[in-house]
Design a protein around this ligand. Structure first.
Ligand code: PEP
Length: 268
């Protein structure tokens, strides 16, 4: 982590939780919060049908943001099954995940589609959480950095610096997602350094403002190790975000790390 960037923790619930279950989670989770959201940006990304219920629960009053897991780039029209950035805004979303590896792998989402989604989200004033990451085959072949650099280039090249600074990047090695097998913190840290390097090439000084998250089997017992890496600014969390107690443990861990870092900064 770096004291200049506020850490961000995003819950990706994927295709889990009805509106009632989402509200039950929120009651339990919000009951545990006591000031952490001043130090950590916390985002909950439920499935679409649960968005209005959570909007009604007024997460913002407790410092928590609402996000979506996907978005279309057009604002309206004949795109059956799709949802536009404006529609997400209307149900309280400030953040949206784009290019998650499950969308790339199972729904054929191309780099071009991810680029359009990212730009449409920015146009609507939302914060896109851009997912990048290599497969196990690509990592074994020594191509992890090259693959991730290409995904970053495809999504961000040509973006003006004001917009680039609002992007969040989630580095998620595909083989670590939902498998219970996280990356080694040091490997994730090295990849985050490589991501920051590419971001500097693409966005210049705006790169210093971009939060880089790690995602892939993050859990309460391993998260602090990832946060100790200089270029890791938080996490994108699937499985461990489904239970209020484990997601809160991650939020508390990030808040403690941010407090410790602020203390170090003052001591220097
Ligand atoms: C994810 O959904 O982006 C993710 C990282 O899932 P998990 O934490 O379950 O690996």
């Amino acid at each position: 982590m770096n004291a200049a960037r506020k850490p961000l923790l995003a819950a990706n619930w994927k295709m889990n939780k009805t509106p009632e279950e989402a509200l039950a989670f929120w009651r339990e989770f919000s009951g545990r919060l006591s000031g952490e959201t001043g130090r950590v940006e916390v985002v909950i990304c439920p499935p679409y049908p649960a968005l209005p219920a959570l909007q009604g629960a007024d997460l913002r009053a407790r410092g928590v943001y609402l996000g979506a897991q996907n978005v279309h780039w057009e604002s309206r029209g004949a795109f059956t099954g799709e949802v536009s950035p404006g529609m997400l805004r209307a149900v309280g979303c400030s953040h949206v995940i784009v290019g998650h590896s499950e969308r790339r792998a199972y729904f054929g989402e191309s780099d071009e589609a991810v680029k359009r989604k990212l730009r449409a989200a920015l146009e609507e004033g939302m914060t896109p959480i851009l997912c990048v990451g290599e497969t196990l085959e690509q990592r074994t072949a020594g191509r992890a950095e090259e693959v991730v650099a290409a995904q970053l280039t495809a999504a961000l090249e040509g973006l003006d610096t004001g917009r680039a600074a609002r992007v969040v990047v989630a580095y998620e090695p595909v083989w670590a997602i939902g498998t219970g097998r996280s990356a080694e913190a040091r490997d994730a840290g090295e990849m985050a350094v490589a991501v920051r390097r590419r971001l500097r090439e693409l966005a210049g000084p705006a790169a210093e403002k971009i939060r880089i998250l790690y995602g892939g089997s993050v859990a309460p017992d391993n998260f602090a190790q990832f946060l100790a890496e200089a270029e890791v600014d938080g996490g994108l969390v699937g499985t461990a975000s489904l239970r209020p107690e484990s997601f809160f443990a991650l939020v508390a861990s990030a808040a403690n790390a941010a407090t410790a870092q602020a203390g170090e900064g003052e001591a220097q």
